[in-house]
Design a protein around this ligand. Structure first.
Ligand code: CA
Length: 246
């Protein structure tokens, strides 16, 4: 496998979690473990995750809550829920909440791997639709990572700047905390990087956007004491992949 896929395993029972991680590791996957819902959500929201195995009964945040939050922020990330045998209500509720599949405990390595492979095959890194954020004639194309200003003026965005904008856009009008940006964009655990670093990046990104704007719209709004949000006057569109209007 040229590029091992990363699977996040969210399960509070150590023995089961270890078992799953071993199975996946032997099968050639990279794994990340979490023993409660909160930690699991943080891990699942990092860039580069291919699939999530999610137990439902978890401390801090239950599996349904994790799933709900994931569906809001990472719509296309495949999730397989781990349910107790017999709990049909949980399975149905999980599937209705957007889980891609379920596996009933106890399960064999073969069964689990078959489900994982099937779900990954069905969603071969389902391409996220190309996100565009615009104001007047200024368009930020997150697929091409560039700002298209007046006429043929173009300015490149870094991967990090693009990720910040995508993250803000995915919250559609809601504030994103610095901590959330840290873990989602930088993938930093336990605040190794100070949240002030985010402010610096935001300031720079804001200047860049402003200098290429055809109007004086506010691209990134500071919500005092909370974090940042995308300017409410901006237009956010998601187009099909590979769509091109060159
Ligand atoms: Ca559990």
């Amino acid at each position: 496998m040229a590029n091992a896929r990363t699977i996040v395993v969210i399960e509070d029972e150590d023995a089961i979690r270890r078992g799953i991680v071993d199975m996946l590791t032997i099968a050639g996957y990279e794994t990340v473990e979490a023993a409660d819902g909160e930690a699991g959500l943080t891990e699942a929201q990092r860039a580069g995750v291919s699939l999530v195995l999610l137990d439902l009964l978890l401390p801090k945040m239950n599996g349904f809550e994790v799933l709900e939050e994931l569906r809001r922020t990472r719509q296309s990330l495949p999730v397989i829920i781990l349910t107790a045998r017999g709990s049909e209500d949980d399975r149905i509720r999980g599937l209705r909440s957007g889980a891609d599949d379920y596996v009933m405990k106890p399960f064999s390595a073969r069964e689990l791997l078959a489900r994982v492979e099937a779900v990954l095959r069905r969603s071969p890194e389902r391409p996220e639709p190309v996100l565009r954020i615009s104001s007047g004639s200024t368009v930020v194309d997150c697929g091409r990572r560039e700002i298209c200003g007046q006429g043929s003026e173009r300015a490149a965005l870094s991967e990090m700047e693009t990720d910040i904008l995508k993250r803000l856009a995915s919250m559609s009008g809601r504030c994103v905390s610095r901590e959330e940006l840290l873990s989602a964009v930088w993938g930093i655990r336990d605040g190794v990087v100070e949240t002030r670093a985010i402010d610096m990046h935001i300031t720079r990104l804001r200047q860049k956007l402003r200098s290429h704007s055809t109007d004086d719209v506010e691209w990134i709004v500071t919500v005092r004491g909370k974090g940042y949000m995308l300017g409410p006057q901006l237009n956010v569109t998601r187009g099909g992949e590979g769509e091109d209007q060159a």
